[in-house]
Design a protein around this ligand. Structure first.
Ligand code: SD4
Length: 329
């Protein structure tokens, strides 16, 4: 008797069994009856404390047998539309010239993806990214082209600079001193990963990027493989933090490929963080965190610095989990 069937026979249906034990299992299609027994699903995870509210919207869909792609889109929209979040969508801190410019991408279980970058005056860039994925033959639209596309799809222009983000920018302008603002205290990008009741994975990532960045700067968040990557045979990963460091190491793709080789989500994220540290000379004070979710519904994260939490919701719990971090400075 196969080990899986033996455990089933004993009535032991461990949540995360046999993960990474063999290619045979990780390559199985989600509809196999064995997977249905072994996989913890649905599950949704997302970056930072604001992920708790975003997860609630995603869970409404997942708990009603909805699709992961709908869950991640609706989930991160909550954060995009929250004026109190200063690094995503409405109320996001602007670039050094006072423009709020947004980056977002989405990827589904069919390996389809869509992305927008340097998009202005559209409150929910994730929905535009989904339209790029579904209604065009392209993956990525940027700047005015992305905005024209959004308007053609019925999205409306809106001023995304709130009183408070405008005041913060005006205060910053008094010194105009540019320090990479993403340090261990200041993170807001939302990345969300979900596995639905059919065992299909999807992910979404959306941000207004680094505050007071150069006009035209694009980070990792809209770049498939950097800020987000999904491979429905293996798992999904997303990143938060200083995007340049994530782009240089194609971080989320690296995490997924490490899970393909049998690493757990947390181990994969840890190795990706170590790669970033190895490849950069001076990263003191600069945070990067990864989250990962595998095909069995296991999840984990890892960051350069302490303080990176993630929201996790499954049928048993709704909680904010701390990640481990690099300790060997
Ligand atoms: C960026 N990765 O634009 C984003 C910023 C971020 O938490 O994640 N902030 O580089």
């Amino acid at each position: 008797m196969k080990r899986r069937n033996f455990l089933k026979f004993l009535g032991l249906t461990p949540t995360f069994p046999l993960v990474g034990c063999s290619n045979e299992q990780s390559n199985q299609h989600s509809s196999s009856s064995d997977d249905k027994i072994l996989v913890n699903k649905p599950v949704v995870i997302s970056t930072w404390r604001h992920g708790m509210d975003a997860n609630k919207a995603a869970w409404t869909i997942l708990s009603n047998n909805g699709q992961a792609i709908d869950a991640v889109e609706k989930g991160v929209m909550v954060t995009e539309s929250d004026p109190n979040n200063s690094s995503v969508g409405l109320g996001g801190l602007p670039d050094r010239d006072g423009n709020v410019t947004l980056d977002a991408c989405i990827m589904n279980h069919l390996h389809q993806c869509g992305s927008v970058a340097f998009l202005q005056e559209i409150e929910n860039p994730i929905c535009v990214a989904r339209k790029v994925m579904e209604d065009t033959e392209h993956v990525m639209l940027v700047g005015t082209g992305a905005q024209e596309f959004a308007l053609s799809k019925g999205f409306e222009k809106r001023n995304l600079l709130t009183e408070s983000s405008k005041n913060a920018w005006l205060k910053w302008k008094e010194t105009s001193e540019y320090k990479t603002p993403v340090n261990i205290e200041n993170h807001d990008t939302i990345g969300m990963l979900a596995i639905d009741s059919n065992g299909n994975l999807s992910g979404a990532c959306t941000t207004s990027g680094l505050a007071y960045k150069m006009h035209g700067r694009v980070g990792d968040s809209p770049i498939i493989g950097a800020g987000l990557y999904v491979d429905n045979e293996v798992g999904a990963a997303c990143a938060t933090g200083v995007g340049e460091m994530v782009i240089r190491t194609v971080g989320s793709h690296l995490v997924v490929e490490l899970m393909r080789q049998g690493k757990s989500p947390e181990e994969a994220c840890k190795i990706a963080v170590e790669r970033i540290i190895q490849r950069h000379k001076n990263i003191k004070g600069m945070q990067v965190g990864f989250l990962a979710l595998n095909k069995q519904g296991q999840h984990g994260g890892y960051a350069i610095y302490e303080g990176f939490d993630y929201a996790m919701t499954d049928s048993k719990q709704e909680e904010l989990l701390p990640t481990k971090f690099f300790e060997k400075w």
